[in-house]
Design a protein. Structure first.
Length: 320
């Protein structure tokens, strides 16, 4: 019975490229597959279960990209998808990816670096399995993780899946308060329909952010640690707005605020994740109280470009 449960747990915690994926299977690797092929421009439902819809979408992806067309994703094909997605991110960012990841957002393995790797190293050290803590997943980190996994009944492969990170966080008492990002609206809200989305058609241009409706006066908070770069007003556009240059090397823009954010923050001021910076309003070119939220590679109208913030917003919304 225990052996069977361990097999199921190992499958659930697999990373993309560990096993062949086919219709009927579930796990972190299936979710990772669905997320990455969507990133690559082949949208598919992200449920963590390899459904008939997933198979159909995989057949389309394989047919278009020159992979073997059978609707199954073998280990080699899985690793190819991971590599292509990383290369795409690097191209978009003008070099190797430097974005900040929250712990539990991506599978961790040898060669990666970042705050989430440092969090992993701190947590397993706290649990009594010391490993060097410098934010780089080295061969030493992998050896230490295999030792931890083997001793504690996890899949001993040195690859730390999303499920395994959740287990480690729970064991170490790692709470949500240490999250690097939070949702910007502190209250009830709605994402609206297709017209609220990034890229939706507007008169003479396309929508550059995500609109989210909320009651006027609902608090708005900094999504991450950073520095306020703009506190301004635009009568025919964004109304009262704020721009935050995040420590994660992204810029975040809040528009149509109820009043000037100067009551809360000033240009050049440091802000911490979750700190109030203003309130939802309907100033400028607006038809009702809502937050127009933009996410830019650094910096806003200074060498950066807009990106669709919806996936990040929904991820933060899930735990904020």
């Amino acid at each position: 019975m225990l052996a069977g449960l361990l097999v199921l747990a190992s499958a659930a915690m697999a990373a993309l490229g560990d096993r062949t994926l086919r219709q009927g299977m579930s796990g972190d690797d299936v979710m990772q597959l669905q997320r990455l092929v969507t990133e690559l421009g082949y949208p598919t439902s992200r449920t963590g279960t390899f459904t008939s819809r997933t198979k159909s979408d995989m057949l389309n992806y394989e047919r278009t990209t020159g992979l073997r067309v059978n609707g199954e994703i073998g280990p080699s094909e899985g690793r190819t998808i991971v590599r292509r997605a990383q290369e795409r991110r690097d191209r978009m960012n003008g070099g190797p990816s430097t974005r900040s990841y929250d712990f539990g957002e991506r599978t961790l393995s040898e060669g990666l670096r970042g705050g989430d790797v440092l969090t992993l190293q701190r947590l397993v050290t706290r649990l009594g399995y010391p490993t060097p803590r410098y934010g780089m997943f080295t061969s030493r980190t992998k050896r230490d993780m295999i030792r931890y996994e083997r001793t504690t009944g996890l899949r001993a492969n040195g690859v730390v899946s999303l499920t395994e990170q959740s287990v480690i966080a729970r064991r170490a008492g790692h709470g949500q308060s240490s999250r690097d990002h939070v949702f910007p609206i502190r209250g009830s809200h709605s994402y609206g329909g297709s017209g609220s989305r990034f890229g939706a058609p507007r008169s003479g241009h396309s929508h550059g952010g995500q609109d989210m409706s909320a009651a006027s006066g609902t608090p708005l908070v900094a999504v991450t640690n950073g520095r306020v770069s703009q506190v301004r007003y635009q009568a025919g556009g964004g109304g009262y707005y704020v721009v935050i240059q995040g420590d994660d090397r992204y810029d975040y823009v809040y528009m149509h605020m109820r009043e000037s954010a100067s009551s809360w923050v000033k240009p050049g001021q440091r802000v911490r994740v979750g700190q109030q910076i203003g309130r939802v309003g309907s100033t400028g070119s607006s038809t009702g109280p809502h937050l127009h939220f933009e996410m830019w590679t650094a910096h806003w109208f200074d060498g950066g470009h807009r990106i669709d913030p919806l996936s990040a917003l929904k991820r933060w919304d899930a735990y904020s």
